[in-house]
Design a protein around this ligand. Structure first.
Ligand SMILES: [Cu+2]
Length: 360
């Protein structure tokens, strides 16, 4: 990052923290173009150049999933502007393999991909030091066996059979301890798609799309919840007190998320991107998209027929939404949250919830 531009950003920030739009636009423009054209040094990292138009291998439904509840780490990088903010957070998560290597992402948990009408299994093993559970919000009880929410003791495994019937995004979690277990990272999403015969449609007879991204957002009160739960147990957390100091987008800070090609909305002018959103945190977040408006097609698993045209969507804790964003112009645009505090991580600006939108 060029020094002049970094100083300019700093100055903007000091002058008016509330000028979030100007700030982020300035930042994005600075990060992605100013330094690259005639600047004194190349940009530190480039935006993603292309996204696969075919489904990723990870999107293909599997007949069985294994989730391991265990401790993991979230690595937060420095702000490229201030060189502050880097830290490592100890969390819990639903890992895809047992004893993951140090640094393996466990937030969000393994994404479960499913197709309506096709049964598959999810084995949940508890490698943590207390009782936990497994729960999929808004999934009808008759679509999963055995019943969700049963205690899974230390070292035990429960294998569920799931036969989903309604396409969409579902938030799964450990619902014990008044949300403390979820807040520490025990969450992930299940994505249910219609049968491929219907093409790239959100549901049978529903709107089509060209590409899709998933945004799982969360927040953490690291000193009062994580550190107490990790040292004394989740039942020792005072849940009447919560003041989040980290806000994560797909388990990353804003700077990381804006460089992540699985998080970026990226396409050609005219392409429509399906954005599936789940809020696993404790705070409501108002996500504001630049560049174009979007249509809200589903909220909390309920398919809407009269799509709202918006540029901001509020997603409450434990809720989900799906929106369609059509790229109608070239350029780089931010998605950010409309609350300044939620744009921070450990008090460092733009370490919070953010993503990038790129039209080509
Ligand atoms: Cu904005």
């Amino acid at each position: 990052m060029c020094h002049v531009d970094a100083l300019y950003i700093q100055g903007m920030f000091v002058m008016n923290k509330l000028l979030i739009h100007s700030f982020i636009i300035t930042l994005v423009v600075t990060m992605l173009s100013a330094c690259g054209s005639g600047g004194d040094s190349p940009p530190e990292s480039l935006p993603p150049e292309s996204l696969p138009s075919e489904p990723l291998p990870s999107d293909i439904p599997q007949s069985s999933y294994s989730l391991f509840m265990q401790q993991g780490l979230v690595t937060i990088t420095n702000s490229p502007d201030t060189n502050f903010g880097a830290t490592t957070l100890s969390v819990w998560g639903f890992a895809s393999s047992e004893n993951p290597l140090a640094g393996t992402k466990v937030i969000p948990g393994t994404t479960i991909n499913a197709e309506i009408g096709n049964s598959f299994t999810v084995s949940v093993k508890n490698n943590l030091s207390a009782t936990h559970n497994f729960n999929i919000a808004k999934l009808p009880a008759d679509e999963i066996q055995p019943a969700m929410g049963m205690p899974i003791a230390m070292g035990e495994t429960v294998t569920y059979t799931i036969t989903p019937t309604t396409p969409g995004i579902y938030l799964y979690d450990d619902s014990l301890n008044n949300g403390v277990n979820r807040s520490l990272g025990l969450f992930g999403v299940m994505i249910v798609r219609p049968e491929p015969i219907h093409g790239n449609v959100v549901w049978e007879g529903g709107p089509g799309y060209d590409k899709e991204v998933t945004w799982v957002i969360t927040d953490m009160d690291y000193p009062n919840w994580n550190q107490i739960a990790l040292s004394n147990g989740a039942d020792q957390v005072d849940t009447t007190r919560y003041k989040a100091n980290y806000f994560l987008m797909n388990g990353m800070n804003g700077f990381q998320a804006m460089q992540d090609d699985q998080t970026t909305i990226h396409g050609q002018v005219g392409e429509t991107i399906l954005v599936r959103i789940a809020n696993a945190g404790q705070y409501s977040q108002s996500l504001h998209f630049h560049g174009n408006h979007f249509q809200v097609i589903s909220r909390n698993g309920i398919q809407l027929s009269d799509f709202e045209n918006q540029d901001t969507i509020n997603v409450k804790p434990n809720e989900t939404a799906m929106v369609l964003y059509t790229i109608d112009q070239t350029g780089h645009y931010p998605m950010h949250v409309h609350t300044a505090q939620l744009e921070t991580g450990g008090g460092v600006y733009l370490n919070g919830t953010a993503a990038m939108i790129i039209g080509e």
